[in-house]
Design a protein around this ligand. Sequence first.
Ligand code: SAM
Ligand code: SF4
Ligand code: F3S
Length: 465
Amino acid sequence: MTFVHVLRSRFSFFWLRADYMKVYIKTFGCQMNEQDSAQMFALLDGQGYERVDEACLADLILFNTCSVREKAAQKIFSELGRVRLLKADNPSVIIGVAGCVAEQEKERLLVRFPFIDLIFGPDHIRHLVNLIEAVKNNRSCKDKQVVQKTGFDLRKDFEFLNVLPAENESPAKAFVTIQKGCDNICSFCIVPFVRGREVSRPHQAIIDEINALVERGVKEVTLLGQNVNSYGLKNPGSVSFAGLLELIAQKTKLKRLRFTTSHPKDVKDDLIDQYVVNPILLPQMHLPVQSGSDRILKLMRRQYTAGDYRSLVENLRRKVPHISFSTDLIVGFPTETDDDYAATLRLMDAVRFDQTFSFVYSPRPYTRAAELEDDVPQEVKALRLKQLLERDTQITRENNQAMLGRIYDVLVEKIDKENEGHPFTGRTPSNRIVHFAGACQAGDIVSVKIVKANPHSLFGEQNAA
Ligand code: SAM
Ligand code: SF4
Ligand code: F3S
């Protein structure tokens, strides 16, 4: 330990005052971005930064951004438009853009938003504290320049951040990143261009992180990656994804395990078998299908047919009777006809997903699909989306009704004492949220009987038996 470190640990109060900053981070996009923001907070917490809930109270404002659809990117641009006024009022506030729009746009962001101080992509979160220092140092220079760190860290042994995020709203649940980037070439998707090539995190680091989370009281972990099924495939000698699930069950005291997202082309028998033999793996899978039309799936470069997808679901249901499926769907992909769209509706009816996330196609920079004419009229896209949502509501209502009277193991996530009727909220193994009455604590796993089923919510009672 250096003299400076000793001083710092003995007189941390004074150090806090010297470095003290209030930080506001707004997150857009997927669970990976949520996880990245949690890591940023954890890095800054360690340096004595204080979190604030409003941008106007902050010395450092960070937007952790998403560019998966045009609308998502537009949201960031309007947020930046808003903070322009804050910056004009208080030029010392640091404005940073992180995440996928930062990686996509890089210094081009400065054309519209010249007041941005810091731009950094998802691979550079670990440097956040140094980047902020660089911005501060930069301030004293005459010709101030933006601090920018983008581009991919191409090392095969990319070091995943290993700071445990601070406790969140549900201390019994956590997400653990097992992979970064994506090697697929879905023609509509910008993710590989803003997150880089796929890299799997070493299994021991994953197990260590889960053990540390369990020590803290975490009961359920969701493993995160764009295509978790291909975990380890690129590294000769590495454990496979199924092997990783097995190791987690053997080497940790975790009670419940989930993962997201799965690519249908990479769900193999060893993974299906895990649902049968792994005692902590919950019977649920998010399995994005995108379309029910083989012609569109081909144009999307998804590498499976609607028939392959249905066979996979049937096979899984045969082996794991109560498994629950959710999916992502895109409407209005270039050239999508009424017949293609009807095939998507038929697939929905056949699979009867517990949840669907439906999106209107939007052309993205760098992608192959962006070279095709975006020829489905907006009003047709909007109508198709509306019909998908209606069909989803109808199926969810029927699926929920079928749960009436059944008993599930529920992990208690939240307690709202104001809600006298159903103060507890938790999730069933199939990942359905249930509000219930009972006598338990956050983090308990209790039996709950479903007594009421609305189209989008379930209500229950703790089962005494
Ligand atoms: N890795 C996952 C997979 O293989 O499906 C999903 C990743 S992506 C972040 C989440 C969802 O956004 C996709 O499943 C897709 O439905 C949707 N999406 C991606 N690009 C899109 C685009 N250009 N237009 C509309 N929706 C899009
Ligand atoms: Fe995008 Fe396809 Fe990769 Fe998912 S698998 S992140 S949709 S390229
Ligand atoms: Fe968006 Fe990037 Fe996630 S584009 S969906 S935040 S990987």
